[in-house]
Design a protein around this ligand. Structure first.
Ligand SMILES: NC(=O)c1ccc[n+]([C@@H]2O[C@H](COP(=O)([O-])OP(=O)(O)OC[C@H]3O[C@@H](n4cnc5c(N)ncnc54)[C@H](O)[C@@H]3O)[C@@H](O)[C@H]2O)c1
Ligand SMILES: CC(C)[C@H](C(=O)O)[C@@H](O)C(=O)O
Ligand SMILES: [Mg+2]
Length: 368
């Protein structure tokens, strides 16, 4: 099966982990007889430097024609003082919006070998398996007006949603709950926000179409607390854009590191953009020690959701699991003992697991 994949490595560790995803995908292609053609394009800070815009036209055109898109991360201190519309993050928001990628799926599942890598108690996180579904193309991120007023002494951002935008993400969440444990937690701030009251009404209306799914409403502040105290009470969480952004970084603590979390941003026809949940990690960029697992697992999500390659995706997940079980980990994972490795070494171990199912002969070097 020939697939055209757009690679948007972006900035900071984005470039380092994109190499990992490419290596893993090339390995899967040769194991399963697929052909993946990669086309690399600029986005974010790199595109600002080279093209004067965070989202160049040729990147947009390439993404429109792609079978799927893989993105590393954007952003960095160098571009932090630029005006809002020129920031690297605007490139990412722009491509999500232009392609209509309204459903952001962020699975949070602890790998057994990492249960003790979380600062949370092992018996609190044991059994946690959450799918956070974040609305991605509306809300405060895109509402207008969004501007400074009164010579900079006042400011306005706008939280705006149309009913249809809420309905499609809530439908997606009910459908996902049906494929899992039939439990949906809708997270909002209905005690304060009108948008949340409308969201809650729509969830209640929709629940009549999915009588087999149990629905629970939780206010976002309480949800933030419950994610840490009772994470295994959740199955699917659905929420609006900003709440989903915040809760997903929080939930990553269950897995031991933000570097572990993958994501899929999709629309109804299966076209998708796949990226780890984390950012460009400026504090470790260039050191070769970024955790590549979130990126590699995002590539696996691409195979599953955009290409229907379930078996291939499962093999990648297993190879990641095995690498962790073999004791290998990048330094972000606080594991006592085990073998600390670099991004490249971790990638080789995953690739080795994919091809030989054994890394017993792998010699890992140390890094400075
Ligand atoms: N999707 C994206 O492109 C994306 C997402 C979040 C933040 N950002 C941008 O990234 C820049 C930095 O933001 P930040 O520092 O708040 O968040 P960040 O996610 O980049 O980093 C937060 C912390 O997690 C660590 N971390 C993140 N990914 C890691 C990995 N793969 N391996 C090991 N450790 C990892 C970092 O070292 C850092 O300590 C900002 O410009 C921000 O806008 C981009
Ligand atoms: C970089 C930023 C625009 C982005 C977001 O807020 O959506 C990031 O934090 C994410 O979680 O993908
Ligand atoms: Mg985020």
């Amino acid at each position: 099966m020939n697939k055209q994949i757009i690679l948007l490595p972006g900035d900071g560790v984005g470039k380092e982990i994109m190499e990992s995803a490419k290596h893993v995908l090339n390995t899967i292609a040769s194991e399963f007889g697929h052909s993946f053609t990669f086309h690399q394009h600029a986005i974010g800070g790199e595109a600002i430097d080279n093209n004067g815009t965070p989202l160049p036209e040729d990147t947009i055109n390439a993404c429109r024609q792609a079978d799927a898109i893989l993105l590393g991360a954007v952003g960095g201190k160098k571009w932090d003082s630029l005006p809002g519309h020129m920031r690297p993050e605007k490139g990412l928001l722009g491509i999500r919006k232009m392609l209509g990628l309204f459903a952001n799926l962020r699975p949070v599942k602890g790998f057994a070998p990492l249960l003790h890598a979380s600062p949370l108690k092992e018996d609190v996180i044991k059994g946690s398996d959450i799918l956070i579904i974040r609305e991605l193309t509306g809300g405060l991120y895109f509402g207008q007006p969004s501007e400074r007023r009164e010579n900079g002494d006042a400011v306005v951002d706008t939280l705006s949603y149309h009913r249809s935008e809420m309905e499609r993400i809530i439908d997606k969440a009910f459908q996902s709950a049906r494929l899992r444990n039939n439990h949906l937690t809708s997270v909002d701030k209905a005690n304060v926000l009108e948008s949340s009251r409308m969201w809650r009404e729509i969830v209640n209306e929709k629940s009549k179409d999915y009588p087999d799914v149990t629905v629970e409403h939780v206010l976002v502040d309480a949800a933030a607390m419950k994610l840490i105290t009772q994470p295994n009470q959740f199955d699917v969480i659905v929420t609006e854009n900003l709440f989903g952004d915040i809760l997903s970084d929080e939930a990553s603590v269950l897995t031991g590191s933000l570097g572990m979390l993958p994501s899929a941003s999709i629309r109804s026809d299966g076209v998708g953009l796949y990226e780890p949940v984390h950012g460009s990690a400026p504090d470790i960029a260039g050191k070769g020690i970024a955790n590549p697992m979130g990126m590699i697992l995002s590539a696996a999500m691409m195979l599953k959701y955009s290409f229907g390659m379930e078996e291939e995706a499962a093999e990648i997940e297993e190879a990641v699991h095995d690498a962790l079980e073999q004791g290998y980990h990048t330094p972000d994972l606080q594991i006592k003992g085990g073998k600390q490795v670099t991004t490249k070494e971790m990638t080789e171990i995953v690739v080795d697991n994919l091809t030989t199912k054994s890394v017993s002969n792998f010699i890992c070097s140390t890094y400075a």
